[in-house]
Design a protein. Structure first.
Length: 122
C-alpha cells in the first residue's frame, strides 16, 4: 500500500512527464533541416536541464531512491527517456539510420550520463 505522499510523488512525476514532453517537442519541430534539428533539440534539452525546477525534481528522485526505487527512477526516465527516444526516432526517420543503431547506443549513453562516464565516440 502506498502512502499518500508516495501517490502524490507519482502524480507529480506523471504530470511532469506530460509537461516536459510538450516543452521539449520533437527534433523535427525544431528545424526542417535534419542535422540542424538535432543541434537545436539538444540545445533545448540543455536549456531545460538548467531550470531550477528540473534540478529540484531530480534531487527529489534521488532522495526517494532508497525507499522507492522504481518510483524514484521516474524523474530520470521523464528527462532522459523522452529525450533519447525522440532523438533516436528522429535519427531513424530524418537521417535514414537503421532502426537498431540508436537503440544499440542509447542504453550505453544513458548509463554513462548517469554515472559520469559519457563517451563521445561510438
Amino acid at each position: 500500500m502506498r502512502l499518500p505522499k508516495d501517490a502524490l510523488f507519482l502524480a507529480v512525476v506523471e504530470r511532469i512527464r506530460v509537461l516536459f514532453g510538450a516543452r521539449m517537442r520533437t527534433p523535427a519541430e525544431c528545424s526542417g533541416q535534419p542535422s540542424e534539428a538535432v543541434v537545436r533539440y539538444c540545445g533545448r534539452f540543455v536549456q531545460l536541464l538548467r531550470w531550477s525546477s528540473v534540478a529540484r525534481m531530480l534531487r527529489l528522485g534521488i532522495a526517494e531512491a532508497d525507499r522507492l526505487r522504481d518510483l524514484a527512477a521516474g524523474p530520470y526516465d521523464v528527462l532522459f527517456g523522452i529525450t533519447v527516444g525522440n532523438l533516436a526516432a528522429h535519427l531513424v526517420t530524418a537521417l535514414g539510420l537503421a532502426a537498431d543503431v540508436p537503440a544499440r547506443f542509447a542504453p550505453r549513453w544513458q548509463h554513462g550520463w548517469a554515472f559520469g562516464e559519457a563517451e563521445c565516440s561510438a
